[in-house]
Design a protein around this ligand. Structure first.
Ligand SMILES: Cc1cc2nc3c(=O)[nH]c(=O)nc-3n(C[C@H](O)[C@H](O)[C@H](O)COP(=O)(O)OP(=O)(O)OC[C@H]3O[C@@H](n4cnc5c(N)ncnc54)[C@H](O)[C@@H]3O)c2cc1C
Length: 470
């Protein structure tokens, strides 16, 4: 028999059972271990209760019960955060993983998305109408967590961040009340939700603006040998700076992933890839990417007319559920020669062939939104880099320490060449409060702290990249 660490949990469980329609799991319930498992297999936490909500009423009941019985709260959206804040020890996980519906209004060009949906759910439903909104570059990432931190992706240079497309949200507050946040209702909360993370309530659904995208567009990666990194990044810096807003790109440095579409003899070879997505006519896309494809001698070129929804899931198998992950990140205001040298020196020094670094090209529409319009702080940086240490559960003893040390070393070498600042969704569990402040800067952090004091003065939602109430 498993011992419940939290003495108040059995009473909370018994009371909650009376009003809760979804599944409530205790450590003794069959399925508990699966329910506490998230995407990052390195995260091992044992909540007292997992409350798998079927709808808003369940969320209200769970929040009220947690508050009444003083249980720590974790909110699970897609369960994809590397830091593992979707689960807590001993408290209650408010689990939205079965709330994944997406309703598209093709005439009004918007979609309501439930708080546990994944980006593949959104792309699948919206693309049925030839529409899309800015989402993440991996299909099994959660919509809510990604959006609440800002939301960067291939479409952002044309259509803005995910938060720039957020029209309204339904939120269960720390008091257990249901509120709508939009430009007209609770505008302070709406401002904070657009970048401030899961600090202000449980977001049960989000409404996004949609745009005509694809369904077929020029998208995919081009790979070059790792030896070409310095020359390629110098070329890419100018190519990206001159790129039209329609062209989104991410540089991936590591090894060639063993995907079926890539010839087997290249698998696991150290390589740099530029992954592009042109949101516009195929002929225009082909013209825009031509100089890149002609650079040097690519190992393999998979940049071609593709289905947008399929492209968005193309790298899903390179970051599987259950593997172990750790990461470090920083914004890069300008890709100087010195920064490029550091990247080339460190990117291929990992011990695991699964580890990699990804650098997102920002700018375009992201940079044109006024700084104060949302709580997302870093609108003026050119790039944003995340260093992903990855190893298999069976390799933990041999690789975990070396891979995490690699990621830290890489970041420390890069920092003197960066502007400072970091994307809050790329922080890990060992990034402390000072890095959360670094993500926002003092001005935005102060404003977020004021909103936090209005909506969650007791800091009930603190199992996250926490904003302390002012
Ligand atoms: C492989 C990989 C690729 C990624 N790619 C991108 C990318 O392209 N663009 C990008 O912007 N980010 C990207 N990310 C980072 C991503 O934004 C974060 O990991 C994000 O937290 C994932 O959201 P989730 O809902 O799955 O999070 P979860 O792990 O479920 O939750 C993390 C935190 O988000 C908050 N949260 C989640 N759901 C809710 C909710 N419904 N209401 C209130 N708070 C909530 C809570 O504070 C929670 O602790 C990537 C991450 C990984 C691992």
């Amino acid at each position: 028999m498993t011992v419940i660490q939290t003495p108040q949990a059995p009473t909370a469980f018994a009371e909650l059972s009376r009003s809760f329609r979804g599944e409530l799991l205790l450590p003794t319930t069959p399925g508990y271990d699966a329910a506490r498992t998230i995407w990052n297999g390195a995260v091992e936490r044992r909540p007292a209760i997992v409350a798998r909500c079927t709808g808003v009423a369940d969320v209200v009941a769970a929040v009220r019960s947690a508050r009444e019985h003083d249980l720590e709260i974790a909110i699970r959206g897609g369960g994809h955060n590397v830091a593992g804040t979707a689960v807590c020890d001993d408290g209650i996980v408010i689990d939205l993983s079965t709330m994944r519906a997406v309703w598209v209004d093709p005439v009004g060009r918007s979609a309501w998305v439930q708080g546990g949906a994944l980006w593949s759910d959104v792309d699948h439903e919206t693309q049925a109408h030839g529409l899309a909104t800015t989402g993440g570059i991996v299909g099994h990432t959660g919509v809510a967590g990604l959006t609440l931190g800002g939301g960067i992706g291939f479409l952002m240079r044309k259509h803005g961040l995910a938060v720039d497309n957020l029209l309204e949200a339904e939120v269960v507050t720390a008091e257990g009340s249901i509120v709508r946040a939009s430009g007209d209702e609770h505008p302070d909360l709406f401002w904070a939700l657009r970048g401030g993370g899961g600090n202000f309530g449980v977001v049960t659904s989000l409404r996004f603006a949609l745009h005509p995208v694809g369904p077929s567009l020029v998208a995919g990666p081009v790979f070059w040998a790792a030896d070409d990194t310095v020359e390629l990044l110098r070329f890419y810096r100018d190519f990206a700076a001159d790129a039209p807003d329609e062209l989104g790109s991410v540089v991936r440095l590591g090894t060639v992933p063993p995907l079926q579409v890539i010839p087997e003899d290249l698998h696991r070879r150290p390589a740099i890839a530029v992954i592009c997505c042109y949101t516009g006519a195929v002929e225009d896309g082909e013209r825009a990417v031509r100089p890149l494809r002609r650079f040097g001698r690519p190992l393999v070129d998979l940049l071609e007319p593709s289905s947008y929804a399929a492209f968005q899931c193309g790298f899903d198998d390179t970051v599987l559920h259950g593997w172990h992950y750790y990461w470090k990140a920083t914004n890069v205001a300008r890709l100087s020669d010195a920064a490029i040298d550091v990247i080339a020196d460190h990117a291929y020094a990992a011990g695991s062939s699964r580890s990699y670094a990804a650098m997102f090209h920002m700018g375009g529409a992201v940079a044109r939104v006024p700084q104060d319009a949302t709580a997302y702080a870093a609108r003026d940086v050119a790039h944003n880099i995340v260093i992903d240490a990855v190893w298999l559960p069976a390799e933990a003893e041999e690789l975990a320490a070396a891979e995490t040390a690699w990621a830290r070393r890489f970041l420390e070498a890069l920092r003197p060449h960066c502007s400072g600042g970091v994307y809050v969704n790329f922080l890990d569990s060992d990034d402390d409060a000072s890095r959360v402040r670094e993500a926002y800067g003092d001005h935005i952090y102060g404003r977020l702290a004021d909103v936090k004091a209005t909506y969650d003065a007791a800091n009930a939602f603190r199992h996250n990249k926490n904003i302390q109430p002012s």
